[in-house]
Each structure stands twice: as C-alpha cells, then as structure tokens.
Design a binder for this molecule. Sequence first.
Ligand code: ADP
Ligand code: MG
Length: 701
Amino acid sequence: MSVDILKTSIEYLKGVGPRRGELLRQEAGIFSFGDLLEFYPFRYVDRSRFYKVSEVLEDYPYVQLRGFISDVELHGQKRATRMTATFTDDSGSLELVWFNGIKWLKNAYKPNVEYIVFGKPSLFNRRFNIVHPEVEPVSPGAINQESAMQPVYNSSEKLRAQGLDSRGIGKLMRTLLPLVIDHVNETLPPHLLEAIRLPDRKTTLSDIHFPSGPNALKKAIARLKFEELFYIQLNLLRHKLLRDEKSGGHIFKQIGDYFNGFFYQCLSFELTGAQKRVIKEIRGDTLSGKQMNRLLQGDVGSGKTVVAVMSMLMALDNGFQACLMAPTEILAFQHYESVSNMLAPLGIKVGLLTGSTRSTQRRELLTALKQGELQIIIGTHALIEDVVEFDKLGLVVIDEQHRFGVAQRAKLWSKGHVPPHILVMTATPIPRTLAMTLYGDLDVSVIDELPPGRKPIKTIHQYDSHRLKVFGFMREQIKQGRQIYVVYPLIKESETLDLKDLTDGYESITREFPLPKYAVSIVHGQMKPADKDFEMQRFVKGQTHIMVATTVIEVGIDVPNASVMIIESAERFGLSQLHQLRGRVGRGAEQSYCILMSGHKLSNEARKRIEVMVRSNDGFEIAEMDLKLRGPGDIQGTQQSGILELKMADLARDEAILKFARDKARDLLSNDPHLDKPAHQMVARRLRALYHDKLFWSRIS
Ligand code: ADP
Ligand code: MG
C-alpha cells in the first residue's frame, strides 16, 4: 500500500512539531503537506537590488536600501513607546520607526556603520518612513546573495510569535519541496496543457515558491490562475449540464388571454427594445422543455418589474402559478401593491405572504395556493418555508437575489417533481467576471436601456460645512412640488450610534423644515414594521415632503415624485450602495439630483468613490470600479459564496484568463460531458476533491 505523502499531517514535517502544527492548522488552514505546498506566496520581493532614498515611493511594496543610521530617539514617558532614527544614503534621508522591542534596539545601531535596511515605505506627515525595518550591517557576503524573487508568505501575529513569519514559512517550504515534488500529480490533461503552453504542475509548484527566473514565475502564476478558474467554471458548467439533462422544465406553450390582455390593455407605455429582447429570451427558455435558470441584470429603474409580471403571465396562461420573492417586507409589500394594481383589470388575484402575515390569513392563503385558486403570490423568505405548497408552481421570480443565499436558491429548485423556472433579477450590476463566477451556471439577460425620457440624475458632492446651501436647495425643490430623501448610513456593528446620527439629523431637519408648512417622515430598521409602513406610505402618498431614513429604503421603493436624494456621510457607503440609493430618484419626468454629503477629511478611496459617482450614472461602470477599488471579497453578496475565496486569480484583473478558462472548460465538456474518457479521469478526480464538501448541488440533482 502506498501512502500519499501529500496527505501527511503537517506536524510531521521537520521543523514543525505539534505546537506549530496546531497553529498552522488554526491560523492558516494548513493541515497536511499538500496544504502547505498550496500555500502560495502573495508576493515576491527583490532582494538583489538596492534602491535610493530618492526613489522611494509609497506604492513600492518593499524596498532595500543601503546607508547610515543616526539620531536614534526615544519618544513617550519612562517606558518609551516609540523609537525613531534617521536613515541616510547619498540621495537623501527618511525616518525609521519602531514600536516594539525598543529595549533591545536602542543601542543596537552604530554611527559610521553601513547598514542594509529592508521594509515597506509609507508616507506619514508628508515624510517617508519605514516601520519596523529589517536591519543588518553590510558585510561583503550579504550583498547580492539573495534572490531577486524572494517569496513573501502571509503570516499572522500568532504564527510570527512561533517563528513562522514569512521567512520561517519559507524555510519550511525549502524542507518540504524536495520531499514531495515527485509525488505531485498533474491535474490538467496533457492535450490541454500542450494547447495552452503552460508548465506542468511539478514545475509550476516549484517555481511558484522558488522561481528560477522571472519568466518561470510568470508562467507558474499563469498556470495556477488558469487552473483555479478552469475548475470553478468546469464545476459550474457541469452542474448546468446535469441540471439540463436531469430535470425537464415546464413548457409554457401558449401566449394567451392574460399576457395579451395585459399587453394590449394594461400596459401604459411602449416596452423598451431591451425589455422586449429579454421577454423573448424568457419565452424561448420556457418553450425549450428545460428548466429556465436565468439571471436578469438591469440597472435601477430599467423596468425589470414589468418583465417579471409578463413572465408570470406566461405561466398563468398555461395553467401554472407563479411567485415573486423579495428580500424585505417593505419591498414585498410594494411589489404586491403595484403588481395587484397592474393585474386588477384582468381579474387576477394576487396574494402577499410575509413573516408578519396573520395566522388566519396565512391559513387561507396556503389553502388557496395548494388548491390552485391563488395564481400569483408575492412575499419574502416566508415563501420558501416547507408549509408553503403550490398546486402547480411554474415560475419563481427572485428580486434582488444577492440577499438570498445560494442555499435558498437551491431549496426552491427542489420544490415539486418538475422544478419551476427561475428568474433571478438584480439591480446591482455585477462586473462581468463576478457574474461569470457567481452565476456561471445561469443564463444571463441584460436590460441595458432605460425607458425613454429619463433625465440623467445630476450628482453633486458637498462638504458638511455647506449644509445651509443644501437646505436652501431643498426648500426650493419642495416649493416646486418635489419630495426629498435624506439617508444616513447604517452599519450593523454600531447601530445605536447610527441611530443617534439619524435622530440628530431628523431633529435638525424638523427644525429647519417646521410644521405646519413642512412634513417630515422618519424610517429606520428598529421601528416596528407597521410604523415603518405607515411612515413609508405617508411619503409615497405625498403627505410628507422629506423622508429621513437609513438604508432600509435602499432597494426597490418607487416614488416618482421624489427628485432629490441626499446621502449623509457618503464616504461611509460603498460604491454599489451609493448607486442603489441614487436610483431611488430619477424615476419621474423632473430633473433629479443626488447630493453626496461628506466631511472634509476623506481617505483616498472615499474620494475616488465620490468622484466616480459624480462622473458616472452607469451602473456597470460603477460595478467595475467597485471591484477594482475593493476587490471581490467585499462586493455585496459574495461573502457567503465561498466560490470567491480565490487563491491566485483576481477577478478585477484576470478577465481574459477567466474567459479563456471558461471556453476551455466548455470545450472539454462538449467533448466529454461526463468526464468518462481515460484522459479525463484526473479531471474528474480533481473536481471531486475540490468540490466534495461544497457540493450543495448534489442534494438537488
Ligand atoms: P427596476 O428595474 O428598478 O425594478 P421598475 O420596474 O421599478 O425598475 O421600473 C421603474 C419605473 O419605470 C416604473 O415606474 C415603471 O412603471 C417604469 N417603466 C418600466 N418600463 C418602462 C417603459 N418601457 N417605458 C416607460 N416607463 C417604464
Ligand atoms: Mg425593482
């Protein structure tokens, strides 16, 4: 029996032992030799070259300098809290700073001795400094011995305390590599490797840790990125394939009286070209005999609701029921109101089911649903509870799906023998790469056209100190008959603090806009749903001029007469959230405005976000910027996905590789859908190993 050395527990590696082993497991998720082998450096530093102080820039990750240390000073009382020194070479000087270990360091550096200083420069009070530099005296042997590409590994406080800083981990890697490298299995089929001209896995793993040269490193990185994205895409595409094979879909054969009645009698406007195209796509899906799994992306205000309604009518025309799920009660209610109004002329009954639906009413609803008397139901998560049974559910529309977890989507699929068609709608435009990765198993439709006659929203940035001017502007707009939103950020961790901001703001606004001339509404997350609804309705009906709110109004609220959106502390919002909020206005015929309020002190990133908002109204452009500024981990809705814990690939940068990987995965599956061919056994094995426990799909298909 051969033992797989890659599965050997990490503590048995020379230099690890039980204590460090435990730490590696806890802190870095490294359990085995194989895990350590796949613990890749996150960057490489050039230790073969010396920089000049005059070249040092904030965005150099690490630099190595050569020069003299002088003016060592201790700061703070008795037990010094900080030590500084001046570092000088023939081009200039910068400051070195230490916060720890001062006791040992204060007499360590001698004048007239030349040192090598290595660290990460940063800008502080307009002067460059290096905090906790590595310092060693120049000795003839030390120079140019180091590699031009020294790996840098992520470490943690606890690991560092056990000697496992980047260098320490590098040392383990040097021990590990020769032990295991010959046991590394290839994971990409030879024909593919050849076609894409990338190195084999052994070479790759060796070069990723200890590059034999810049070119080799480049290739190793490219291969690992490709491989990572390839398997994600292969997994998604394979599940799409299995789903299509296994579960048939309801066929909505005819377009009947409901659809036509709505189209000819109820629709008060001409559909946009994009809306028509999407409806055709959905029509195609629901005729295909396969289950539809479609993502509908459309910017705020692009008119997704009508598309949803017309799709539901296709279901009804064929004797099926439909449901529409929204992420919040308020939004479900608003959908319920507008959809039942739209459909009233056709005599279609619509039900509303949320967490706060009373039990008698709930019982009636559930019976009507089960007996097929109720054709359309709108609601929240309450709809996916087990007690909710349909007679013939044909279509599920999910609005703003990023709030629904993958597991919930899966649960829907499992209802009934033949699963219903699924239409997922999102108003948060998602960058292409992210959509491909998160929703790679869905077909995608895009509404890329706004209804005609919309005036682009004017976005303005104002500092808090100009508040009086903003109040003046608000008065003027109210005089013209408009309504105004004032939104405060809400961040979970400090809800009480946020609430205080909100109530303070509400007070100053009621002072500035007093009764009886003005009426002001307030809505926040800690109010009872009934009170919230009451206030919301007052604003919707035009009984109040100003709505002071937290981000509970973020999604979906539709008040065409509201033309001004004032966002307080705009610097605390993410880009896509700002864009969502702004989308609450600009829905009527009037010119609309979005005013971003902020203090004078802004981080670079906050300033960039505000600049993007002022410059662009394009949700897709904003989504791409969001991805670039924050990275995919922080994009709304991706946290729970797991899929995005990418080791190598970067969705903000690697779009080309991603597309290539998706194409190659598709090629492979069209050639061998079930990975039966001998050459693809390694692929099947790898896929199973990677997705073994993440396979939420297995329960469905
Ligand atoms: P969203 O895509 O944000 O959900 P909605 O469906 O709420 O957008 O539509 C926004 C507004 O635009 C609604 O008041 C709706 O009636 C209106 N609308 C939708 N489609 C059209 C169209 N083709 N022409 C004119 N107005 C439209
Ligand atoms: Mg909507």
